[in-house]
Design a protein around this ligand. Structure first.
Ligand SMILES: O=C(O)CCC(=O)C(=O)O
Length: 272
């Protein structure tokens, strides 16, 4: 596929069905098939992999790291570093899906991140992302974009269905404690854990509990994510030290009560 049509594909509407929207709202996540073409993914995968290699500061061998640091190399806001990745992350196709799933009028960038689970990399403990976010409503969604086929052996993202309405464990950061506590607390919920084919993209809500298994293969599990927030999202008083850090890093200069519209939070897609 020529570059021109890849750029067009980035903005092309995806035909999201009513059933898919309803599924997302009922279960707190949805896995969509054939969202991105193999050519498009390969174009940006190479660039993202190069930036992960360049920006990674993790030097410890896996067996000397914390559970969090064993889970993945985490390189954030690549769009600030690299024009090609910016093009990918600001594509309207995924942003429009995010908008339609949440039913808001548009979405802004919260931040992006590459999550590379290295060969031999550990589990991603149970958690809900919104614990980290100082935001005024629940219209937060992460697009989890595999950059290769992701079989069970690589640790695909797994979701606890309907857990976005579960209140317990919302005060837990990603840790051994969150894994232990939530594993027990969520026992009666349905777990969705299945491979991702190249081109599949999942979307999960901020309060949906999720985890991932180990990467037992000899290849890295290369994932790009984009976190979208409601275009009208406002900043609230931080509830923990992680939210204080998030305000400084992702919402610079925004005051409590204001719409989160710093230069780091441009609108990516809007219906008006
Ligand atoms: O990729 C992973 O292992 C975890 C991803 C995750 O927790 C997220 O994107 O919210």
């Amino acid at each position: 596929m020529a570059t021109k049509s890849i750029e067009q594909e980035l903005d092309l509407p995806y035909k999201l069905t009513k059933d898919e929207v309803n599924f997302y709202r009922e279960n707190g996540y949805v896995k969509l098939r054939n969202v991105l073409s193999a050519d498009l993914i390969e174009r940006y995968r190479r660039e993202i992999a190069a930036q992960v290699k360049k920006l990674n500061t993790q030097r410890l061998p896996l067996d000397q790291r914390s559970t969090y640091d064993k889970a993945f190399l985490q390189i954030m806001n690549l769009w600030e570093e690299d024009a090609l990745i910016r093009e990918f992350v600001f594509g309207k196709r995924l942003a429009r899906i995010a908008t339609e799933l949440m039913g808001c009028r548009g979405v802004r960038m919260y931040h992006d991140q590459a999550l590379y689970k290295e060969p031999g990399g550990g589990i991603t403990p149970w958690h809900a992302d919104q614990y980290y976010w100082p935001v005024s409503n629940d219209n937060m969604v992460t697009a989890w974009i595999p950059l290769q086929d992701t079989p069970l052996a690589m640790g695909p993202l797994a979701f606890c269905e309907k857990s976005h309405r579960f209140q317990l464990g919302r005060d837990l950061e990603i840790s051994d404690e969150s894994e232990l506590t939530l594993k027990q607390a969520l026992e009666t919920f349905q777990l969705e854990e299945s491979p991702f084919a190249l081109g599949d993209v999942s979307f999960h809500a901020g309060w949906t509990f999720h985890r991932a298994g180990k990467n037992t293969t000899d290849r890295p599990r290369e994932i790009m994510t984009v976190i979208y927030m409601d275009e009208d999202m406002r900043l609230v008083k931080p509830k923990n030290k992680n939210q204080v850090a998030d305000i400084a890093r992702w919402c610079p200069g925004v005051q409590e009560g204001e719409v989160i519209a710093s230069p780091l939070n441009p609108v990516i897609y809007t219906t008006v």
